[in-house]
Design a protein around this ligand. Structure first.
Ligand SMILES: *Cc1c(COP(=O)(O)O)cnc(C)c1O
Length: 366
């Protein structure tokens, strides 16, 4: 059997006609940037997340970047970022001229360890970016309490958490503003690059909209040194087709996660744990194993594709060598990087395929 890490076949088949219709509608409208499609998707996605506003942008990295810029975070400032994340979280901070200050991951949930945030706060700290990694929410009440004590903004990186719940509330509505990516492989994905910011702060939403459109509030009037990062009409139309299916796709992932959790029995493997406050959306099903590479090869030999999220923690990336953080500085993040393995997880993964994967894992010995 051959099982891909991720595939789109089921959604492609089911949505083909609607997607073609969306394409034709935009194509024939002759209006490709900043129009009705974007407005419609923004409204629907804000409603979905439980926020008052949504601003479509070009991608997830830009979503974080324009939030930081709108909060006037820049040179001389520091922003708390988890050491275990995709590099976009840290890069957005770098792009605005601020400094990412890494905080260790929690070894059981892999999200930022809230007990270790305060020790990294200085008088320069302006914000905390809470990354809902693998589709599991950070402990947002704890983060909010710390932020309030120190006068910090709370930004969610919800790029892996479309539909994820924290104490019954949706990711994207839990901080001052949230960044989403609609990169094709995310739980809600476009057919190219796309992203969005959600917030219930009107002034912030207006400013972000302005910054993402060349800092322009009126055509050819520029009040900020903005950027060009807009959700285009075609991607917005595709996303509007897909959004109504997101809950069903997430439910599929939840069932698949349950099967992995119940079926995998191998003492060398650590299964993911879900915090009581969270209903995750399983963007990634991350197991841990000290002999990760050998397990990955064993699965690969059986036609099962896996992935690693992520092989190098932020402080050890070459791009951040200028921060001069030595190996060993973040032992949990380093352990996750060495042991994490992501199993196939997507809408359309069948029970039969999962049984095959589970049996192969349970049959693995050193
Ligand atoms: C995908 C991702 C991003 C970046 O999104 P892009 O659309 O690729 O720019 C940011 N943060 C996290 C945690 C991600 O997984």
């Amino acid at each position: 059997m051959k099982i891909a890490f991720n595939e789109f076949a089921s959604m492609q088949r089911e949505l083909k006609a609607e997607m073609q219709e969306a394409f034709t509608r935009v194509y024939e409208s002759s209006w490709y940037i900043d129009g009705k499609e974007k407005e419609r998707f923004e409204k629907a996605f804000a409603r979905y997340c439980g926020t008052d506003y949504c601003v479509g942008v070009g991608n997830g990295l830009d979503a974080i970047r324009v939030i930081l810029q709108a909060m006037e975070i820049g040179a001389g400032d520091e922003v708390i970022v988890p050491a275990t994340t995709f590099i976009a979280t840290a890069l957005a901070v770098t792009y605005v001229g601020a400094r990412p200050v890494f905080v260790e991951a929690d070894p059981s949930t892999y999200t930022i360890d809230v007990r270790r945030i305060e020790e990294r706060i200085t008088e320069r700290t302006k914000a905390v970016i809470a990354v809902h990694l693998y589709g599991q929410a950070c402990d947002m009440d704890a983060i909010r309490q710390i932020a309030d004590r120190h006068g910090l903004k709370v930004i969610e990186d919800a790029a892996q958490a479309h539909g994820c719940l924290y104490k019954g509330r949706k990711a994207g509505s839990l901080g001052d503003a949230a960044a989403f990516s609609f990169y094709p492989g995310k739980n809600l994905g476009a057919l190219g690059d796309a992203g969005a910011v959600t917030t219930s702060d009107k002034a912030l939403a207006d400013k972000i909209r302005c910054i993402s459109n060349y800092g322009s509030d009126k055509k050819y009037h520029h009040i900020y040194k903005g950027t060009n990062s807009r959700l285009d009409e075609l991607q917005a139309a595709f996303l509007s087709v897909k959004l109504p299916h997101l809950n069903q796709w997430n439910a599929w992932r939840k069932d698949a996660a349950k099967r992995y959790l119940q079926g995998i029995r191998n003492e060398r493997i650590v299964l993911p744990k879900v915090a009581a406050y969270c209903e995750p959306v399983w963007h990634i099903f991350a197991i841990r194993c000290k002999e990760r590479d050998s397990l990955a090869a064993w699965l690969g030999d059986a036609g099962i594709e896996t992935n690693i999220h992520y092989p190098i923690p932020m402080h050890l990336q070459k791009a951040y060598e200028d921060l001069h953080i030595p190996g060993g500085a973040y032992p949990i993040a380093e352990m996750i990087a060495q042991e994490e393995l992501s199993l196939p997880m997507f809408y359309g993964l069948t029970e039969e395929e999962q049984t095959y994967i589970i049996e192969r894992i349970n049959g693995w010995k050193l």
